[in-house]
Design a protein around this ligand. Structure first.
Ligand code: NAD
Length: 509
């Protein structure tokens, strides 16, 4: 079951077998109990990042398809929201069971669809099961509230699912991210219309298959494929959809906020980042080095929490950047289904062009461009690139400010604590920050001064599901994880019952 145990050949064979269904017939929507194509008959092509080969034709949803899905979600809402939390818990655990059984199928499909390496995608599928199990266990208590008595009233709060919600996901780790949004929504009692990213639509089908086979009633989870500007936009505008959970670019978040304004959508945004990793000269430099490499060259650097800026104290700058360069040169680029590969092809040729263009930007801005090694056997037609390191960068350069979203690291020198904090905060984003020091007081001081939603001290990004996940500034609105997810997917109601002791003003005699 665990993909790490499979050889390259076994992964290739499994991918060929599991992807055949997508080549045979267009990938449909899932609306209620039906699997229709788009009402317009339109499809879009999904290409392999590995060699540009055709993976699937995908139904291209429009406003009418979204309307049908939103109606299905609305029709299913009363029964699902009234289903006891203990029963929702059981169903969500069964979904996790089915995902676990299919972890290898999901992992190889995700690798071929996104270009991400199997060594990471194998755990991405299993993280999906963890998300379902975590929120399954919370389902029975999701409606619980607080007791807030006053002198004359008993006050208590309860929580109620907000209604049908829209979930819009990006292409970078689509399966895991979808479960991260959909599991708490279902646990809360909401019904869902999911609009997966058009560049990596395949595993959304596998998630919906697992959910339906596990006994999730039809209409509780609906999937409409399509482009952001059509299907995505219609979902954010639909009056039956009460909230939008969105993961993607900051600029898209702005569009969604505007599109949802007429229907007063509640929004939750997990957006872009330009996350710093600050390395002080008193840090455990071996561990820091491994974490720096891992957090930018894993997952193709296509990761919202990647540490794409490394801020290094001047006293160790030369030594530390040269060690990064040495390690980067040994990071293997290769076929995503090969267990030895770390970096695979990027998701799309347009994204590849964008990421690679930063080499020229860096050189024009005066930074030094250091190249790693590519894959000499890379198939033609794929979106292959060579990892990069930009040294000698300054905080005002584009390569230090813009989200590149590839295996590209920008190294900046700093003098002291105040300088490090200033540079770290000097970007429009505030998702995550990483800090390496052996000075406990400094760790607290800098962590408090950093303007980001999540700070890791002497660590890479290690998720703990009860903790809040989300960003400040252009990196997002709201938090996920633990009870924070339920605050988003549920309405809090206060019930105030008089003890019949308080004064009621008598007006009119
Ligand atoms: P994107 O914003 O281009 O697309 C994300 C989704 O939004 C897709 O499904 C797309 O079809 C849809 N969309 C596009 N325009 C829309 C519109 N006008 N209305 C409604 N939906 C629309 O993002 P992407 O390129 O797919 O993903 C990469 C981005 O996601 C990066 O910026 C990355 O940092 C971010 N991301 C953030 C997190 C996080 O937790 N903060 C996690 C993963 C990815």
């Amino acid at each position: 079951m665990a993909s790490a145990a499979h050889t390259f050949e076994e992964n290739l064979e499994a991918a060929t077998r599991h992807l055949a269904r997508f080549a045979e017939a267009p990938l449909p929507h899932i609306i209620g109990a039906d699997t229709p194509l788009s009402s317009s008959g339109e499809t879009f092509a999904n290409a392999s990042p590995i060699d540009g080969g055709h993976l699937a034709d995908v139904a291209s949803g429009n406003a009418a398809d979204i309307d049908a899905a939103a109606r299905a979600a609305a029709a299913a809402f009363d029964a699902w929201s009234a289903t006891p939390g203990t029963e929702r818990k059981q169903i969500l655990h069964r979904i996790a069971d089915v995902i676990a059984e299919r972890a290898h199928q999901i992992a190889v499909t995700e690798c071929v669809d996104t270009g991400q390496a199997i060594r990471f995608m194998s755990s991405a599928a299993l993280r999906g099961t963890e998300n379902f199990r975590f929120f399954a266990d919370q389902a029975p208590g999701a409606a619980d509230g607080l007791s807030l008595p006053s002198a004359d009233h008993v006050n208590y709060t309860t929580r109620h699912p907000i209604g049908p919600v829209g979930v819009i996901t990006p292409w970078n780790t689509p399966f895991m991210l979808s479960t991260w949004k959909i599991a708490p929504a279902l646990a809360a009692g909401c019904t869902v219309v999911h609009k997966p990213a058009e560049w990596s639509p395949l595993t959304a089908q596998l998630l919906a298959d697992a959910a339906l086979e596990a006994g999730l009633p039809p209409g509780v989870l609906n999937v409409v494929h399509g482009l952001g500007e059509t299907a995505g936009k219609s979902l954010t505008e639909h009056p039956d959809i009460k909230a939008i959970a969105f993961v993607g670019e900051s600029a898209t978040g702005s569009h969604i906020q505007a599109q949802g304004a007429p229907t007063l959508k509640r929004v939750h945004f997990e957006l872009g980042g330009k996350n710093p990793v600050i390395v002080f000269d008193d840090a455990d430099l071996e561990r820091a080095l491994d974490a720096v490499i891992f957090m930018i060259y894993s997952l193709n650097g296509e990761r919202c929490t990647s540490s794409s800026r490394v801020l290094i104290q001047e006293s160790i700058y030369e030594q530390f950047t040269s060690r990064i360069a040495d390690k980067m040169a040994k990071v293997p680029v290769g076929h995503p289904l090969d267990p030895n590969s770390v970096i695979g092809p990027l998701i799309h040729s347009r994204h590849l062009d964008k990421v690679c263009s930063y080499a020229d930007v860096a050189a024009a801005e005066g930074a030094d461009v250091i190249w790693g090694h590519g894959w000499s056997d890379a198939p033609p037609g794929g979106n292959w690139m060579v990892p990069m390191l930009f040294t000698g960068a300054r905080s005002d350069m584009r390569v230090a400010r813009e989200e590149i979203f590839g295996p590209v690291l920008t190294a900046i020198a700093f003098s002291d604590e105040a300088d490090a904090t200033k540079i770290a905060n000097d970007v429009p984003y505030g998702l995550a920050a990483y800090l390496w020091t052996s000075d406990v007081g400094r760790a607290h001081r800098v962590a408090n001064a950093l303007d980001a939603g999540m700070i890791w001290v002497n660590s890479q990004n290690v998720r703990h599901l009860p903790t809040p996940f989300g960003g400040t500034k252009a990196s997002g609105i709201g938090r996920d994880g633990g009870d924070w997810s339920f605050d988003f997917y549920m309405e809090t109601k206060n019930i105030s019952i008089a003890l019949d002791t308080h004064n009621i003003p008598k007006l009119g005699g």
